[in-house]
Structure formats: structure tokens, C-alpha cells
Write a protein that binds this ligand. Structure first.
Ligand SMILES: [Zn+2]
Length: 335
């Protein structure tokens, strides 16, 4: 399923120092469907598109509950292997056509949500659809790493259910395990789930410091053993947390469009502050089928935040160096 190892990323190369890497460092399968395809499916099924989703498609901010409603509606059409393949195809299609360096997608997928909670398709259909999509992506020289997503606020019991579901059929393209959703359950309570996922050969990430306080980032790292943080925008204002992220070289995926739409008290996006504090930030699109955006647009937003050439160079370097899709390490589990 994986492509050949990428060539080394050479910052001295002038082309690389001015271009956009074709690497989406954080995107959800369930939030990646093409809006036109979702509209067509809704029409065919006679289902009304919720106001929250239409508002998000128009670029209007929504409360997190409105986003969840929109996300549930859109992802509700992941009803078979082909829909999964098309969702991944839409995500790969949002990479800019002209990029520099190796191309890749770190793809968050919620198997328990799709297979058990929503009962949209079987686990086998999900894996097969991902396999098809990853094969398609490979033909465009795009590597894909899948990260399993569990829902933080459903707690560690739910986390174990996610692992129970997949443990006997974990494909090699699954490299990680993560929590997402509302940051409602302390990360120290998740530590046993993270430890079990690690024992299954998975790397550990968490959405933290997005809809919860900055302190969650510290706890995820120190008490949960998390090695990668998604968003972490609430780290700003906490110098000790920025220092922790920098010192431990924790990769952080930020998604400007998503953060601006969903983090109500965000203010100016903290990416420049985080980079200047030495945090290894990278850019992702998060849910580009629900909150319309693409990677080129996210890079344009980053540039518009006033990053200088050195900071943009760092952002490019971190984006490539820490991408799990481009990791040369093989998956540590057997299927
Ligand atoms: Zn996310």
C-alpha cells in the first residue's frame, strides 16, 4: 500500500524554499467528502441538508454543536466501499497540483463511529474502500497514513471498543491512534488506552487545546504519553506549554480555516507565535468537505499571518519531516 520512501527534503533547493509541499498533515475521511457529491446524495435520498452545513459551506462560523450536526450529516453518506474511496479521492484532489518534495496525507478515520455507532458499512468495506483510495493516491505519488480516531468525551471505555473492533484486522496502512471530539475526559484517564494502542504498534496523537484549555496539551503529553498534538491553539498564553512542545519536539498540526471556524475565542491565529517559540507546526485541512478549504489556501493563510521566509522554511521542513505518511518506519503490526 505504501509508496517508495520519499527523497530527502533539501531546504537548500531554491524550488523547495519557495514552493508548497503537497502534504496534508491532518484531515478526516468523514469530513473530506466533496460537497457537490454530498448534495447529490442528499437529493437522491430526499434528505434535507441541515442549515448548519449550508452555513459552513458558505464560510460562516458555527458553534461546535452546529459543526457536529453538519459533520454527522455529511459523513452519513459513507455507506459503502466506493463512497470511502471517493472521500479519499476528494481529499487527495485538494492537494495543489504544483508542489515540491514528496506528497502525502495523514488521514484520520473513525472506524467505530462509521461501523458501530452509525452502522453505515462493515469494517471490511471500510478497509477495502481505504485500500482502493490509497491505491488511487499511490498512482498520483501520494502516500497515505491512516490514524484511527476515538471520541475523547466518550471516555476510555469507548477507546477500548475502538481497539477491540480493529485489533484482529489492522491493515498495514494504519499507523496511529488518536482522540478527537470534545476534550471532556482528562487525558490521564486515557493513558491505559494509549498504552494498549502503543502495544499494538500504533503511534499516539490527540486533538488537544482546541475546544479545551491549554492545560490539556500538557496533560496529554505528560500523563497520556501522546507524541503528536492536533491543533494546540490554546497553548498560546502558556509559555511553559509552548516550551514543553518545543523541548520535546512534539509535532503539532494546525488547520487555520478549521480553527477560525470552530475556535470562537481564537483571535489572531497563533501559528506565528507557536513557530517563533520553536514548536514543530505543520498545516492540515481538517474537514475540508464541511468547512471548505484546500491546502494551497491554508498555506496562503499562513503566509498572510506575516511569517518571514525563515519561518515559512521551518513550516515546510516540519510539515515534511514529521509526516507519518512519509515516515520510512514500517507499520509495527502484522496484518
Ligand atoms: Zn481534526
Amino acid at each position: 500500500m505504501r509508496n517508495d520512501p520519499p527523497v530527502a527534503y533539501n531546504l537548500k533547493d531554491e524550488a523547495i524554499s519557495t514552493g508548497i509541499p503537497g502534504i496534508d498533515r491532518h484531515v478526516h475521511l468523514e469530513g473530506g467528502l466533496d460537497p457537490a457529491w454530498v448534495l447529490k446524495q442528499a437529493g437522491a435520498a430526499g434528505e434535507h441538508v441541515p442549515d448548519s452545513l449550508e452555513a459552513l459551506w458558505r464560510g460562516e462560523a458555527q458553534p461546535f454543536t452546529g459543526f457536529i450536526e453538519a459533520f454527522l450529516f455529511s459523513s452519513g453518506f459513507l455507506r459503502n466501499r466506493e463512497a470511502v474511496r471517493l472521500a479519499l479521492s476528494a481529499i487527495v484532489g485538494r492537494l495543489p497540483p504544483q508542489t515540491v518534495g514528496p506528497r502525502g496525507v495523514d488521514l484520520w478515520v473513525s472506524p467505530h463511529f462509521l461501523v458501530c455507532h452509525q452502522q453505515l458499512l462493515s469494517l471490511e468495506e471500510l478497509w477495502r474502500g481505504l485500500e482502493d483510495g490509497i491505491s488511487d493516491a499511490g498512482r498520483s505519488n501520494v502516500s497515505v497514513a491512516v490514524v484511527l480516531d476515538a471520541v475523547n468525551h466518550l471516555g476510555p471505555r469507548h477507546g477500548h471498543e475502538v481497539l477491540n473492533l480493529v485489533e484482529n484486522s489492522l491493515p498495514k496502512f494504519v499507523l496511529g491512534f488518536s482522540t478527537g471530539g470534545i476534550e471532556g475526559v482528562p487525558f490521564r484517564d486515557w493513558a491505559p488506552v494509549f498504552a494498549r494502542a502503543k502495544s499494538m504498534g500504533l503511534r499516539i496523537a490527540a486533538h488537544a487545546g482546541e475546544n479545551g484549555p491549554g492545560e490539556n496539551i500538557r496533560e496529554a503529553i505528560l500523563d497520556g504519553g501522546v507524541e503528536r498534538i492536533v491543533h494546540a491553539v490554546k497553548a498560546v498564553g502558556h509559555p511553559e506549554i509552548l516550551e514543553l512542545l518545543a523541548e520535546r519536539r512534539i509535532p503539532v498540526d494546525v488547520c487555520p480555516s478549521s480553527n477560525q471556524a470552530l475556535v470562537s475565542d481564537l483571535g489572531a491565529h497563533p501559528l506565528p507565535v507557536m513557530l517563533r517559540a520553536g514548536v514543530r507546526c505543520a498545516l492540515g485541512t481538517d474537514d475540508p468537505g464541511v468547512i471548505p478549504c484546500d491546502l494551497a489556501g491554508e498555506w496562503a493563510k499562513a503566509k498572510a499571518m506575516g511569517l518571514d521566509d525563515r519561518e515559512l522554511g521551518l513550516l515546510r521542513r516540519f510539515t515534511a519531516e514529521d509526516a507519518w505518511a512519509l515516515s520510512n518506519e514500517p507499520s509495527a503490526h502484522g496484518c
